[in-house]
Design a protein around this ligand. Structure first.
Ligand SMILES: Cc1cc2nc3c(=O)[nH]c(=O)nc-3n(C[C@H](O)[C@H](O)[C@H](O)COP(=O)(O)O)c2cc1C
Length: 156
């Protein structure tokens, strides 16, 4: 059983798409994730799984917290942008409409936003699972969300 086989079956399973951001010493980081999961309501906890190879992995760890923008069905271009590899952190934000939040930049026109403080980190093979206590939420537009299935983005 290989990782490629797991990837193949998971391609059939739609995952909701969000952008996770963090800020360390004034530098901003961000990446597209399909791994956001709601874990607990009391206390309010969510989880993300971040690849150890990702350039955002160490910044998210060092920041001690992160922000999440939940994408709408019309933000596939934003999801694609934040999934691209090798973009220098400064260039990542050119032409992207955001406002700064306490844990990281918040993308305009999202379904909603979460601000999270990391409460635990768990080794998971080539990823680290970050569990975050949700410090605040904000509701955005009430629209369709964005899902990733079969290698492409779809409104749902
Ligand atoms: C739909 C989708 C979901 C993704 N989900 C995750 C995820 O949950 N965790 C992760 O580490 N990378 C995920 N990625 C990949 C990252 O977005 C991508 O590796 C990262 O932006 C590359 O940036 P880097 O070159 O700066 O490391 C996902 C990509 C896509 C297209």
């Amino acid at each position: 059983m290989t990782g490629e086989e797991l990837r193949e079956v998971m391609r059939r399973f739609p995952s909701p798409v969000a952008v996770v951001t963090a800020a360390v010493e004034g530098e901003r980081f961000g990446l597209t994730v399909g791994s956001l999961v709601s874990l607990s309501l009391t206390p309010p906890l969510v989880g993300i799984s971040i690849g150890k190879d990702s350039s955002s992995h160490e910044p998210i760890r060092r920041a001690g917290g992160w922000a999440v923008s939940l994408l709408t069905g019309s933000q596939a271009d934003v999801a694609q942008h934040f999934a691209r590899s090798g973009i220098p952190p400064v260039a990542l934000w050119v032409g992207v409409d955001v406002r700064d939040g306490p844990r990281g930049p918040l993308l305009d026109e999202a379904l909603g936003w979460l601000e999270c403080r990391t409460v635990s980190e768990h080794e998971a093979g080539d990823h680290t699972i970050f569990v975050g206590e949700v410090e605040s939420i904000e509701l955005g537009v009430n629209a369709e969300g964005l899902v990733y299935k079969g290698g492409t983005f779809h409104p749902a």
